[in-house]
Write a protein that binds this ligand. Structure first.
Ligand code: L14
Length: 350
């Protein structure tokens, strides 16, 4: 570590997202003076290497946040609910990757490419949006800025790593069992299910998280509600269908959207995406160029392709959006929020 920079805590350092957070902090050469790794009692005592040093994980308690400047939380909603307010009370700025505080009116919900100004209104807790919401908005915001946005319909093709390292293990184990003609019992997916679990290998499951009474799942409602909050468009019509695929990492999304402005072409949309921050346009059907999750793993950008104009609605367009759900969908967006807080001098060195 160095003697300049910030005292950073990572809560949930051994999880699928926590591991990516540490990697991202290293890669970005984040200004860390001291790093404190925290977790539930279960993982406490384990060591994790960071910048070539072994760091021991401690059990997270309210007092653990004494002196912390920035706390990155990714240890599940109940840990955040219990400890994020304790961290904030002790002067830390919390960046929370769970859904616990996202819709709280006092908590900014931020995708830096879209609404970094909302960071100025924080009260100690900042929420990182849902992975599927983030990549969708990175792609939609530049289009909204240029041409307005009237409606969004999205279907997702989500990777299992969103449900954690154990879900990835389940995918691998089921795949092996099926190829070897061995029996297996699904235990993890769909997440949020208290009744049944289904095979994910060689399958597609149209359920992520529990169902609400309106027929949508919580994952779908997160995309809908978070989009309206982040874009400050409470009345924007948004609909989502979220589906789990046997892909380890990298969420894909099929988007239909309508612009306010009429008479546009696919080239107008592509021109905007080409210049958009955080977006890489990969769109050349004649050369079969389009984004795929296998190519996006390990990258911070959001990849967009298959941009085309609807055949019946003048303001309607379709496109395909892919990103690494553990990076822009989670760890990178969180670290990017931290970098933005420093850039905007909302968090300063003591
Ligand atoms: O809301 O299971 O941040 O893929 C994102 C990943 C909810 C679960 C969230 C998954 C989570 C979701």
């Amino acid at each position: 570590m160095s003697n300049k920079g910030f005292h950073v805590a990572v809560v949930g350092a051994t999880g699928a997202v926590g591991q990516q957070m540490l990697k991202t902090l290293e890669e970005r050469n984040f200004p860390i003076k001291t790093l404190t790794l925290l977790s539930s009692a279960r993982s406490a005592g384990k060591t994790v290497s960071f910048r070539g040093e072994e760091v021991t994980i401690q059990e997270a308690k309210p007092e653990s946040f004494e002196g912390i400047d920035i706390a990155l939380f990714s240890a599940g909603g109940s840990v955040s609910e219990a400890l994020a307010p304790e961290a904030a009370k002790r002067g830390a700025v919390v960046i929370d990757n769970t859904s616990a505080f996202r819709m709280h009116p006092d908590v900014p919900l931020v995708v830096p490419e879209v609404n970094k100004e909302d960071l100025r209104n924080h009260n100690g807790i900042i929420a990182n949006p849902n992975c599927s919401t983030i990549q969708m908005l990175v792609a939609l915001e530049p289009i909204r800025q240029a041409y307005g946005l009237k409606k969004v319909i999205v279907s997702t093709y989500q990777a299992v790593s969103g449900a954690g390292a154990k879900a990835v293990e389940e995918l691998y184990n089921q795949t092996k069992a099926i190829l070897n003609n061995e029996p297996f019992e699904p235990k993890i997916l769909p997440v949020g299910s208290d009744k049944k679990h289904y095979q994910i290998a060689f399958n597609a499951i149209p359920q992520i998280d529990k169902f609400q009474d309106n027929g949508f799942t919580y994952e779908e409602m997160k995309m809908i509600n978070e989009t309206k909050k982040i874009m400050h468009m409470a009345d924007l019509p948004v609909a989502a269908t979220c589906v789990r695929l046997p892909v380890a990492t990298g969420h894909s999304e099929s988007l239909y959207f309508e612009t306010e402005k009429g008479g546009l072409t696919a080239a107008d949309i592509q021109a905007v995406l080409k210049e958009a921050p955080g977006v890489v346009l990969q769109d050349n059907p004649s050369e079969q160029v389009y984004p795929m999750p296998a190519d996006c793993v390990g990258k911070n950008d959001t990849f967009v392709g298959r941009v085309r104009k609807d055949l019946d609605t003048d303001t309607g367009f379709h496109m395909w959006v892919v990103s690494d759900n553990l990076l822009k969908g989670a760890a990178w967006n969180s670290v990017q929020i931290a970098e933005t807080l420093i850039e905007m001098e909302i968090v300063t060195e003591k």
